[in-house]
Design a protein around this ligand. Sequence first.
Ligand code: AVJ
Length: 318
Amino acid sequence: MSSAQSQDAAQQQRAALIADALAGLSAPRKTLPCKWLYDAEGCRLFEEITRLPEYYPTRTEIRILTEQAGSIAEAVGPGRAVVEFGPGDGAKAALLLDGLTAPAAYVPVDIAPEWLEGAANRIALAQPGLPVLPVVADFTLPFALPRRLGTAPRLGFFPGSTIGNFEPESAIAFLRRARGTLGAGARMLLGADLVKAQAVLEAAYDDAAGVTAAFDLNLLHRLNREAGADFDLGGFRHRAVWNAALERVEMHLVAERAQAVRLGGRVIHFDAGETIHTESSHKYRPERLAALAAAAGWRISRHWTDPEALFSVWLLEG
Ligand code: AVJ
């Protein structure tokens, strides 16, 4: 990208942030889309979260991918092109590709070109000779795979329980569209966090060191920085709650007292105790995950879990 183009992109991004913030903060139950949590500082804090003692998902999924590598490779079969939705630093793809038999290509898909570059470089180093074909796209919207990919059968890869950030209807829509994008005979390897004790879930999203709180509050920092808002960061605190009815952990920023905040030429009022819902992380029971996959036209071929059944990895077939 030229610097004029990237300035343009930054401006568009700022306009979208302000529009989302005005819409979300004018609603009767205030909310902000969780994608805005992930600016450079948010990504750095999320990295730190993945290493916290309370945050079990990342290390548990890596354990499953490592310990079950042989079984996963056998179930996936040889010669597949791996299409990863949101590759992060590419560490999980590196693990997966290392175990697979004769993978045909690696296609990381992400909206952020800087993320793609890191993942693509990592895989290019780890798998010399493997075609690496990054795609810059928002994978929640329709996108096309590169023509150069050819006709090798595809394996979608969607680890990290990122699927948990979607409302169930959006998760179904995503899985259905992914089936279309990946094409005939495709398979999909999906990481999903499991329902478990409330205390374990809430601690994972409200750690003792306060890293998740900083991650959540960074959203207000970002609104101050990029949307010209004037949030008093001392006036809000982070809360993580297990919503048993909807089987999800919700992150909220709670207004500690009544206050008014300026944003985008408007004034937003908060009552004491009022919250901004900033993220949902849905947890699954195996039967619900199977129903979700079925509603999107996939069927479950196999699944793997850790000895404590904290996390699960699923192989779906078209
Ligand atoms: C990256 C979306 C999977 O929901 O567990 C971690 C994000 N938020 N702690 C999750 C997150 C707060 C994470 N995902």
